[in-house]
Design a protein around this ligand. Structure first.
Ligand SMILES: C=C(O[C@@H]1C=C(C(=O)O)C=C[C@H]1O)C(=O)O
Length: 279
């Protein structure tokens, strides 16, 4: 019987997925986070790299691979709130329907500051939405990375990624993972590779994913070059963006995940992970 995978194939997982050779009898589909979350929860696929909040919400039926994550310590560059007034004055924020995780994180961060602006789903470019009645726009993934760079770039030899300002063109960019770090001192884990407890992945798939990740991280400059061309961004931006991710769900990433779970989904079932690979 075929084992079905669902991949959120944003650039941030290119170092794992680009060189992945699926074992025989494993098939894969791709989509944005909310599509892959739904595909896993409905049983359309058996494993997917899903929004960590959906893993937490469904902890009674799901388990996650113990050594795969999309996490960061500090800024992520691609989960951004673009806004035209100070955070405490925001009245109307446009959310993206692609994302479950960033919406849950935004809610936690707003609640922590005692803020309650209206949150509405609306698609489109951040700048267009900011010109049409919204004072905040939440965007994720490749388009958020591109819009961030359009607002705060360009990079010069004197201005590296971490030195870029947080505003430009009258727009401030609040990086939600950096806000999380300021609040907790922990990494933020955006995605885990989850599967239904009764449908664990074949060992050959996990092995192939580990080989692909090693290969991707070992050839990060080439991965960055390929995707920079596709995204229309400088190679240096994409390379920094990619090396900044934590792909191994290490102890700090789990700590961040557990802390987020306690804040966002109080009373959730215990989070379950498959066995750790031998060291
Ligand atoms: C950091 C990101 O991570 C992704 C964001 C997700 C979400 O917001 O639901 C889900 C999976 C992650 O891979 C991003 O795409 O910008």
């Amino acid at each position: 019987m075929t084992y079905r995978a669902g991949w959120i194939h944003f650039t941030n997982v290119a170092p794992i997925l680009d060189s992945l050779v699926l074992p025989p009898q494993v098939s894969a589909i791709t989509g944005v986070p909310t599509q892959m979350n739904a595909a896993l929860l409905s049983g359309q696929v058996d494993i997917a790299n899903i929004s960590a909040v959906e893993f937490i919400r469904n902890a009674d039926t799901l388990e996650a691979l113990p050594d795969f994550s999309v996490a960061v310590l500090g800024p992520v560059y691609s989960v951004n709130l673009f806004h035209t007034r100070p955070l405490q004055e925001l009245r109307r924020i446009a959310l993206t329907a692609q994302s479950a995780m960033s919406v849950a994180l935004l809610e936690v961060l707003l609640r922590g500051r005692g803020l309650s602006p209206a949150l509405e789903r609306a698609e489109g470019e951040a700048e267009d939405l900011l010109n049409s009645g919204y004072d905040g726009v939440l965007r994720i993934g490749d388009s958020a990375l591109r819009e961030w760079y359009r607002v705060v770039g360009p990079l010069t030899p004197e201005r590296t990624m971490t030195m870029l300002p947080d505003s430009g063109r009258g727009i401030t960019v609040t990086d939600l993972a950096e806000e999380w770090f300021r609040l907790t001192g922990h990494p933020f884990t955006f995605a885990v590779w989850a599967y239904r407890k009764d449908r664990p992945p074949p060992a050959a798939l996990i092995q192939a994913m580990r080989v692909a990740r090693r290969d991707g991280i070992g050839h990060l400059a080439e991965v960055a070059q390929r995707h920079a061309a596709r995204l229309g961004l400088p190679e240096r931006v994409v390379q920094h963006y990619l090396w900044n991710f934590r792909y191994h769900l290490e102890a700090p990433d789990r700590l961040g995940l557990e802390e987020f779970a306690a804040k966002a989904v109080p009373g959730h079932a215990p989070l379950r992970f498959g066995e750790r690979p031998a060291r």
